[in-house]
Design a protein around this ligand. Structure first.
Ligand SMILES: *Cc1c(COP(=O)(O)O)cnc(C)c1O
Length: 411
């Protein structure tokens, strides 16, 4: 810590200098991490965030009534999109990991309530492609995880998951879509498996929750992956991904109010009396709530649908680019806007990735199979030509040198 603090300009200059070596997301050079729709959405979110910069969403009930109101509005707009019925409810959280943690906890408590006296550790059954946040929650709550290989096409294998279950399986998970391959799991089929086994079904729509409703509107044929599937008891959807809201902002939803209560924490054995939260964290940035409210209201259904159309067109243009380039094919046919592709010959795709990295791109990788990974947003539309020029050159470099990439997939 400096003895004498720096002034604002010095601080800004130092930060610019620190950021000068970062990967430039504004030029579409990050394949994930930042989700961008357009300049107006960006500004609306930023201004709303700053307007509620100091308020604390923890104080929504006692001080910042506006923040609690905005959170209820966000939840109810989202539940409309996701076909939550009259009893469904939910909360805003800091991110997909927290949403998943809460759903896992609710599922565990629901299962314990229905199976009093059951001994031994409980387990959850997931497709191999599910997000690591489930394992993180399991580690924290001392639960077992069984990951099951996916079927051809990259989707969860319902029959295989059914075989992996036993009487202590409290939770089944499907993704909409999964992060690795970008395909939506057969949620209706998983619903039948969950129901017949007395397990809870969670849909991890962290990526797609705020995209699939609009892609459906455009007439694309997607597997049903929300509360229309009767067995779905909870669902996670990230506002800070394809909701295009500033971080941190996610949502977790429950079919029943009673289940939603299971993620609440109540305590009064300390000097200050009753303490109650509906999510994992205590203090929460009101900025995230306000910004989500602002962005949802700014875009409206028509705005989201327009962006969904542009995104799907961008996706198709990338797929076409890959076809034209040759030497690559997709690991799975993407339902939405994640593209995972591999080399069709013996070119080492991790070597291609290395050559892309030296051209200033951050490259998303998958390990099984070895592939490159893109989660598209609107910054990638303008970057497409550069991307494919560099990809062609990187592929040729990799072929010419016959090199093997030493990069490893890490997130
Ligand atoms: C991003 C993601 C998560 C976790 O969300 P965070 O906001 O990063 O905590 C969970 N599931 C899927 C499918 C994701 O893509």
């Amino acid at each position: 810590m400096p003895e004498n603090g720096l002034d604002r300009d010095e601080i800004e200059r130092s930060m610019d200098e620190l950021a000068s070596g970062d990967i430039d997301w504004r030029r579409g050079r990050t394949p994930l991490y930042v989700f961008y729709a357009n300049e107006a959405v960006y500004e609306v979110g930023k201004r709303a965030f700053n307007k509620f910069f100091s308020e604390n969403a923890l104080g929504g009930k006692r001080a910042f009534f506006s923040v609690a109101r905005m959170e209820r509005d966000v939840v109810s707009m989202a539940l409309d999109l996701l076909h939550g019925g009259g009893e469904s409810t939910g909360y805003m959280t800091s991110g997909g990991s927290e949403s998943i943690f809460l759903a896992v906890k609710a599922a565990r408590d629901w299962f314990r309530h229905r199976n009093p006296g059951m001994r031994g550790s409980l387990n959850m059954v997931l497709p191999y492609t599910a997000h690591p946040a489930f394992n993180k929650a399991a580690e924290a709550m001392d639960l077992d995880v069984r990951r099951v290989p996916v079927a051809a096409g990259g989707r969860a294998d319902g029959a295989g998951m059914a075989r992996a279950m036993d009487e202590r399986t409290f939770l089944l998970v499907g993704s909409a879509p999964c992060f690795p391959h970008g395909v939506i799991d057969p949620i209706a089929e998983l619903g039948e498996v969950a129901e017949s086994a007395g397990a809870w079904l969670h849909v991890d729509a962290c990526v797609g929750g705020y995209l699939t409703p609009f892609v459906e509107r455009l007439g694309h044929d997607l597997p049903i992956c929300d509360f229309r599937v009767g067995a779905v008891r909870s669902l996670s959807a990230d506002l800070h991904k394809y909701g295009f809201c500033p971080k941190p902002a996610s949502t977790v939803f429950y079919r029943d109010a009673e289940d939603a209560e299971r993620s609440r924490f109540d305590f009064d054995q300390w000097p200050n009396g009753a303490f109650s939260t509906s999510t994992l964290v205590g203090t929460r940035p009101a900025g995230g709530v306000a910004a989500a409210w602002a962005v949802l209201n700014h875009l409206g259904a028509a705005g989201y649908t327009a962006i969904a159309r542009e995104l799907m067109e961008t996706r198709d243009a990338y797929l076409e680019g890959l076809r034209q380039l040759g030497g690559f094919d997709v690991v799975a046919d993407p339902d939405l806007t994640i593209i995972n592709f591999r080399a069709t010959d013996d070119t080492d795709i991790f070597a291609v990735a290395e050559h892309m990295t030296s051209r200033g791109w951050l490259i998303g990788l998958t390990q099984q199979p070895k592939g490159m990974h893109l989660m598209l947003s609107m910054k990638h539309r303008d970057a497409r030509e550069d991307y494919f020029n560099d990809l062609a050159a990187a592929r040729d470099d990799a072929r010419r040198t016959g090199s093997r990439g030493t990069v490893s997939a890490s997130y």
